[in-house]
Ligand binder design. Structure first.
Ligand SMILES: Nc1ncnc2c1ncn2[C@@H]1O[C@H](COP(=O)(O)OP(=O)(O)OP(=O)(O)O)[C@@H](O)[C@H]1O
Ligand SMILES: [Mg+2]
Length: 267
């Protein structure tokens, strides 16, 4: 298929930080219209780097794509500013569920609509739509985000991204630090959004069990290389893949894993 047939086409991407550290050595993956694709890999495999490349956010981290291409809807993302990519429908929820802690949940959501200069009535409609998918957010609409749980903050971050009316929603480890039931709840809602609205989703996850349960296809990264792609149900049934690539048993990685404190479990 030609690149234009995919909503997102990543081909042979290499990326470095500070012209010194090579984080991606050859990553290729595609997301078709209406698909959910999981990007799996252990700590330091290159998931976030890939996602930042997709939203053209690497230059802000002194990173750069040195080879290959990333095309969204047929256009090379490296020629489009991150803000324009959002306007064109490529919206990302960054790792670590960023919310404005001193704004209410509803105010946080509204900030997502302002980005596309939406009219008041449109914002009201979109809010109701998001509350239908995330009833917890409706209950907490007047609560300061800083006072809501980790799960509610992740839902707020996703809801704010939806306010930009994405065609491709990119999520970086939405399960991180959340209790299993909340993680299931979030993934079920993402699947519903995908089924009911046709929203395409690319989700990076270390939690391969949940990601493979809800995705259509998956690509596995190891040390900055896309080593395997396939249908999620086939990968799900293959224990060797989990053991070998996804750090769920003994795996040795040449790249040093980034130091990160163990996330607290929150509901
Ligand atoms: N800003 C940065 N500057 C230099 N090196 C970086 C930077 N960000 C990431 N790296 C390195 O790039 C490699 C890939 O990191 P990346 O964050 O993309 O992995 P990841 O798969 O998202 O890991 P995690 O599951 O821990 O989030 C690692 O070796 C990491 O140390
Ligand atoms: Mg990451």
């Amino acid at each position: 298929m030609a690149d234009k047939d995919f909503l997102l086409a990543i081909d042979g991407v290499r990326a470095t930080y500070k012209h010194a550290i090579t984080a991606l050595h050859g990553v290729s993956l595609t997301v078709g219209h209406g698909e959910i694709v999981a990007l799996l890999g252990a700590n330091g495999a290159g998931k976030t780097t890939t996602l930042k490349g997709i939203s053209n956010l690497l230059p802000a981290e002194r990173g750069q794509i040195t080879a290959g291409s990333i095309k969204f809807d047929g256009s090379d993302v490296s020629a489009i500013s991150p803000a324009d990519l959002v306007r064109s429908g490529l919206v990302q929820v960054l790792e670590g569920r960023h919310c404005f802690r001193s704004l209410t949940v509803e105010e946080n959501l509204i900030t997502g609509g302002i980005g596309r200069s939406a009219k008041r009535a449109e914002i009201a409609d979109d809010l109701e739509n998001i509350y239908a998918y995330f009833p917890r957010l409706k209950e907490k609409r007047r609560t300061l985000s800083g006072l809501t749980s980790g799960g509610e903050q992740q839902m707020t971050a996703i809801g704010r991204a939806l306010m930009s009316r994405p065609r491709l929603l990119v999520l970086d480890e939405p399960s991180m630090g959340l209790a299993p039931l909340i993680v299931q709840d979030i993934f079920k809602t993402l699947r519903r959004l995908n089924r009911e609205t046709g929203l395409a989703i690319l989700v990076a996850e270390q939690n391969s069990t949940v990601a493979l349960k809800y995705a259509d296809r998956a690509t596995i990264l190891e040390n900055g290389v896309a080593v395997l792609s396939g249908a999620a149900d086939e990968l799900r049934d293959n224990e060797d893949i989990k053991n070998f690539y996804l750090g769920q048993k003994t795996v040795s990685f040449a790249a040093p894993a980034p130091v990160r404190p163990a996330p607290a479990v929150a509901i």
